[in-house]
Design a protein around this ligand. Structure first.
Ligand code: FES
Length: 510
């Protein structure tokens, strides 16, 4: 899988990608070029193609090779920032609109699923929120705020069915789950049936204008509109990156006996929080998917997330003992809880972005497709103002300032020594930053014992990258760019260029 070494539970789209993604640029011109073939990109492509537009989707590796299949695919209008906060940030009408728009996204997904015999594993389920520390005041506050936002929510004094030891909980109706691999494949096939063309290529630059320009593998393309659906935009350096923060999130999954856990979405209200849902395994049995242990990308101070997650699951969820999958993903936490969807905040004309998906990537990505299609075809969209990337109403200055101060602090790495004195100290499979005079060098020793060295300077805005032992990647603690250990190539933006190779020996023997 392209952005990390771990493999998620969902089936990848390898056969689709091999059959339908081509390095050849299709003949003629596209009306719309969508960059990124995940949930937001494919939804946008399908909606625009259904409007009669000629659409190309460009991805460097194929559909589902970014963050989409790293989701746990909770489909929730009870979105994961508390409604008490959302009402403060966006007003009561804004909180209500957030619920309605996410509910509309779930309905849209359900309609697509209805076209397949197995409904892509889509199922309506309830959701439960419980207190991580037994304190119920927060839940009571949230009950009131969620009901005011229009959710069908109730107090469950007896707790979650089958899990009464977790204490009283809030129950939300009309939520859903889906098999993300099957759903994305259905979406990709629907795109193809509507004439969408798929191109394998690396887009390194985008410039807005009457006919925006893209650089793809060194070639120049033009279209009437460009949509950047790449999890995080890479074409501008600052505008959106001060309004959102990158986090790694972790997931483990394993078989459970039928009836052990309720078929529901379950969260606690800790920070970071834990979440649970059921899925169907290939053998028809039940699989528990458990996530959490989030931390800012590149700022993992205790790299044992999977162990902690498994321990948490075994303690809280009877019947979970064996875990056959573990994987991580990248999410962008917006400063005010809602994604940034719409016209480019850097004023690049006819360029659109979808980012800041928070923990609701599948519904935010779907909304991205619905809203941007309306903007492109010139149709009013009642959610567009709420998600506008240029919105000025950010009423969460505390969180926003804190995140930006945190970014500024990361530059201190340039004043400190390396992680190890000498690359000779690295065992196979380990990476570390080594100081060479004024330079910092990111050195990785492969399983075969070979040393690979790159400048530790992140090509985005110059922070020093850090080693991730979880994914064996170089992660930037400032805006979340990630790089592959051997080649230095970009795994996650906003960087659009790889780490520079380090020309001098990184150790006495290198
Ligand atoms: Fe911005 Fe690295 S991602 S400096």
């Amino acid at each position: 899988m392209s952005t990390a070494r771990t493999l998620p539970f969902w089936q990848p789209l390898t056969p689709f990608n091999a059959a339908h993604f081509s390095r050849a640029i299709p003949p003629g011109d596209a009306d719309i070029v969508v960059v990124g073939a995940g949930i937001a990109g494919l939804t946008t492509a399908l909606c625009c193609a259904q409007e009669g537009r000629r659409v190309w989707v460009i991805d460097r590796q194929g559909a589902g090779e970014g963050e989409t299949l790293r989701t746990t695919a909770h489909l929730a209008s009870a979105i994961d920032d508390r409604f008490k906060k959302l009402a403060q940030w966006h007003g009561k009408d804004g909180a209500r609109a957030a619920v309605e728009s996410h509910a509309e996204a779930i309905d849209w997904i359900e309609d697509i699923c209805a076209s397949t015999p197995d409904r892509c594993g889509f199922r309506r389920v309830p959701a439960y929120l419980f207190s991580y520390d037994g304190k119920l005041d927060r839940l009571k506050d949230e009950l009131e705020a969620a009901a005011e936002a229009g959710l069908d929510v109730s107090w469950q004094q007896e707790g979650i069915p089958g899990l009464p030891h977790l204490g009283p909980a809030l129950r939300y109706e009309h939520q859903a789950r889906v098999d993300m691999g099957r759903y994305l494949r259905t979406l990709a096939e629907a795109c193809r049936a509507n004439g969408v063309r798929f191109v394998l290529g690396e887009v390194t630059a985008v410039k807005g204008g009457e006919r925006p320009e893209l650089t793809v593998d060194g070639n120049t393309l033009h279209a009437n509109a460009v949509v950047l659906a790449t999890n995080v935009p890479f074409h501008e350096r600052v505008a959106v990156h001060t309004k959102q923060a990158p986090y790694r999130t972790y997931v483990v999954a394993g078989p459970v006996d039928d009836g052990t856990l309720p078929d529901a979405l379950i969260w606690d209200d800790g920070d970071p929080y834990h979440y649970v849902r059921l899925a169907e395994g290939e053998d028809g049995g039940r699989v528990a998917i458990v996530g959490g242990e989030d931390h800012k990308t590149g700022q993992d101070h205790d790299p044992r997330a999977y162990v902690r997650l498994q321990d948490w699951a075994r303690e809280k969820l009877p019947g979970t003992s064996t875990f056959t999958y573990d994987w991580s993903g990248q999410i962008l936490e917006p400063a005010d809880g809602l994604a940034f969807i719409g016209a480019d905040p850097g004023d690049e004309k006819n360029v659109y972005v979808v980012t800041g998906d928070s923990g609701n990537g599948i519904t935010h990505g779907t909304l991205g497709g619905l809203i941007i299609t309306d903007l492109i075809v010139g149709r009013p969209n009642r959610w567009a103002a709420l998600y506008d990337p240029q919105r000025k109403q950010l009423r969460s200055p505390g969180g926003w300032l804190h995140e930006n101060a945190n970014v500024a602090l990361q530059y201190r790495d340039w004043l400190s020594g390396g992680d190890v004195k000498d690359a000779d100290l690295l065992a196979p499979g380990e990476g570390a930053v080594v100081r060479h005079g004024i330079h910092r060098v990111a050195v990785y020793r492969s399983a075969e014992g070979e040393l690979h060295a790159h400048s530790a300077r992140c090509p985005h805005l110059g922070c020093s990258v850090r080693w991730s032992p979880q994914e064996k990647s170089w992660d930037c603690p400032c805006h979340g760019s990630r790089f592959e250990a051997v080649t230095g190539r970009v795994l996650n933006g906003p960087a659009s260029e790889p780490l520079a190779p380090w020309p001098r020996p990184a150790s006495r023997d290198a």
